[in-house]
Every structure is written in structure tokens, then in C-alpha cells.
Design a protein around this ligand. Structure first.
Ligand SMILES: [Zn+2]
Length: 184
């Protein structure tokens, strides 16, 4: 690894983990047993295990811009299937956040060519464009989270293998650190 900051941070991480529990990595290599499947936004300020102080092994995480459930996304479907069928997670969390650049770009009709396919996807999670101005960015972000709860519940993999699993919406408040539960 060339990057000195990453290397130093990693050494520090190993030291702290071993100080706290000398057998930590021996336990970790035995396998993962997560309770949670998380669909989170990719935003660098929203790391699900950091904002909830969950240890390694407790959260199986899939991330994309604006935490979208896309039926045709094979990476998402595979993650959801693996989490439900093999890891036997007991909760599914949609983890959105305030000041979400993906929701903002979709609501402001961003026209960057390279982003269009994804922005069109995010737009399908927001109210009709004629009504967008009635909503604040926080309201649109909650709307987006609720849309993904609905989509997971309609997802082929969820219906076949996980229909009894709770799906919970969460809005991480960047400005305060609070994790707000968002219900349909
Ligand atoms: Zn975001």
C-alpha cells in the first residue's frame, strides 16, 4: 500500500482492536453473522457502521448514490439474496441522509451527461416533477427512503425469501448525527 495515511490508519486500527481484544481477528476470521442488511447512500459522510458504532461483522452493506432499489441491478439483487438466504439477516435498513447530493441533483434536473442514467433512476423515486417545488430537500429525501422501502417489499428476492423481514427507513442527519426512523 503506497498511501501513507491509509497505511498508518490501518496500523492504528489493528493496534486498537488488539488492545481491546487480543483475539479479535481470530474471532473475525471465523465468519460473519450480520443481523442487518443495509442499503445506504454512497456519501462519504454516511458510513453505516460508524454512525451506529456497530462492530465489524454485524452489517452487510450495499451502497449506491441516493440508496436506490433497482430491480435490474444484479449487484443489489445478489447482495439482498445473499444477506437473506445465507446470512439470515433479521432487519433490512434503508439508510438515507440529509443534504443528499443524489436527491438534490435529481430534483434540480442536473444535466451532466455522465450522470443522466442514474439521475433518471433517482427521479423515479421522487414526486412528479410538476410537484417538486412543494417539497423541501429533507422532505424529498424522506419520500425517497419510503419509496425504497416499498420497492424492497415488491422486490422478487424479498418476496421469495424474506417476506417476514422488517424493512426500516432511516434518515441520518448530517448536521446533528441523529438517525431518524422514517416510516411509510
Ligand atoms: Zn446521498
Amino acid at each position: 500500500m503506497q498511501d501513507t495515511e491509509l497505511r498508518n490508519k490501518n496500523k492504528d486500527f489493528i493496534r486498537k482492536m488488539k488492545e481491546n481484544d487480543p483475539t479479535f481477528f481470530d474471532e473475525l476470521k471465523k465468519g460473519q453473522n450480520p443481523d442487518y442488511f443495509i442499503l445506504s447512500c454512497s456519501d462519504s459522510r454516511v458510513s453505516p457502521s460508524i454512525i451506529t458504532q456497530m462492530p465489524l461483522g454485524r452489517m452487510f452493506v450495499h451502497r449506491n448514490i441516493a440508496n436506490q432499489v433497482v430491480n435490474e441491478d444484479e449487484s443489489f439483487s445478489a447482495s439482498l439474496y445473499y444477506a437473506i438466504k445465507y446470512l439470515k439477516v433479521t432487519k433490512i435498513i434503508i439508510n438515507g441522509h440529509t443534504d443528499c447530493g443524489g436527491v438534490k441533483a435529481a430534483s434540480l434536473m442536473n444535466d451532466d451527461n455522465e450522470l443522466q442514467d442514474w439521475i433518471i433512476q433517482v427521479r423515479t423515486s421522487l414526486p412528479h416533477k410538476n410537484r417538486l417545488s412543494e417539497f423541501s430537500l429533507d422532505e424529498l429525501t424522506r419520500y425517497n427512503i419510503i419509496k425504497q422501502i416499498e420497492r424492497i417489499k415488491e422486490h422478487r428476492i424479498y418476496k421469495l425469501y424474506g417476506a417476514n423481514i422488517d424493512v426500516i427507513g432511516c434518515l441520518f442527519h448530517i448536521e446533528s448525527g441523529e438517525l431518524e426512523i422514517v416510516n411509510p
